[in-house]
Design a protein around this ligand. Structure first.
Ligand SMILES: [Zn+2]
Ligand SMILES: [Zn+2]
Length: 327
């Protein structure tokens, strides 16, 4: 799973070379890049921005002892909201349609998704559908066969491979465009990111308990954002390389408890790639799966419904047929 501020960062540089709906030949002519070059051309602006962001996050760690304890708690709350915007929102709701959500919940998840600043919902879901459909080929935006570094962060440092663009155009995304919440978030994405990812996390500690803006910005915005990105990227890297394959030994995605712990339930990746429609993204119910707890809670409140789940019989039969026998 998981993408990154393509439209804000990468597409700001490579974007003119990857206009949506434009023919690839036109795009190539515009950038002067061949198909072979496209997957290897470095986007230096992203390299610099990521270096700055991670340096800022390291500096933020030094500020932790100086910050108010409420600021630590607030940063963690922002981390959880951020994560839900991706896991319960862009991933399980919009990419996979594994449950249905009413308007108030969709608005909350879209706002949380802007706090995550990993591309707007439409773009994230398009890339994620490509990740599943063309998994570990050149059509996969973070193809793990190109190594840990590429799957984790390196894919943001290179222009998209031509197959990602070409094959991405074949995906049916009409359901996303039919959701006014998705369209609204896409239209106002930059503003929503400034407000949700940076302003709100910074201003709340300053306004409510007198935290200095400097501490507040580096902890609740920069550090929280950097950690949330890396945790999400681990699903693309570590969970495609380390762990068991009890459901399908023929694919690379793995069951990785450590990733699940950080990514609030998204590390059961062999299960998820085998049963992508399952709203829990795991056979194990609520264990290490706060996202599933959240969706269940929303159903209890009447804000969500129609959770899709693989049946025990289906799971057992699949394990026997293609599993590696590890569970
Ligand atoms: Zn998925
Ligand atoms: Zn995956």
């Amino acid at each position: 799973m998981v993408s990154f501020p393509d439209s804000e960062v990468r597409d700001a540089v490579g974007g003119r070379c990857e206009p949506e709906g434009a023919e690839s030949r036109e795009a190539e002519a515009e950038c002067g890049a061949t198909k072979e070059q496209r997957g290897r051309t470095i986007v230096w602006r992203n390299v610099v921005l990521m270096a700055l962001l991670h340096t800022g996050a390291l500096y933020a760690v030094l500020l932790v002892p100086k910050a108010h304890p409420f600021t630590w708690i607030w940063s963690y709350v922002c981390f959880i909201i951020t994560a839900l915007g991706v896991t319960a929102g862009a991933h399980r709701l919009w990419s996979h349609r594994s449950y249905k959500a009413k308007l108030p919940l969709r608005i909350f998840l879209a706002a949380a998704n802007s706090m995550a600043f990993q591309n707007d919902i439409f773009e994230w879901s398009r890339d994620h559908r490509a990740h599943h459909k063309y998994s570990e080929t050149d059509g996969d935006p973070h193809n793990a066969k190109r190594g840990f570094f590429f799957a984790h962060i390196g894919w943001l440092f290179l222009r998209k491979h031509n197959d990602v663009i070409e094959k991405g155009k074949r995906l049916d995304l009409s359901d996303l465009l039919a959701d006014p919440v998705v369209v609204f978030q896409r239209r106002h994405y930059k503003t929503s990111v400034v407000v949700m990812c940076f302003l709100l996390p910074t201003l709340v500690p300053w306004y409510f308990w007198g935290e200095c803006i400097w501490n507040s910005y580096f902890l609740a915005a920069i550090l929280r954002y950097t950690i949330s990105l890396n945790v999400a990227w681990l699903v693309n890297s570590a969970a495609h390389m380390y762990g068991n394959r009890p459901y399908d030994r023929n694919i690379n995605p793995r069951e990785n408890c450590f990733v699940s712990f950080g990514a609030i339930g998204e590390g059961y990746h062999n299960y998820h790639h085998t049963f992508p429609f399952d709203y829990a993204a795991s056979e194990l119910g609520l264990r290490f799966n706060p996202t599933t707890c959240f969706i269940d809670l929303m159903c209890w409140f009447g804000l969500a419904s129609d959770r899709k789940k693989a049946t025990p019989e289906m799971i057992k039969a699949r394990k026997l047929r293609t599993g590696d026998g590890s569970a």
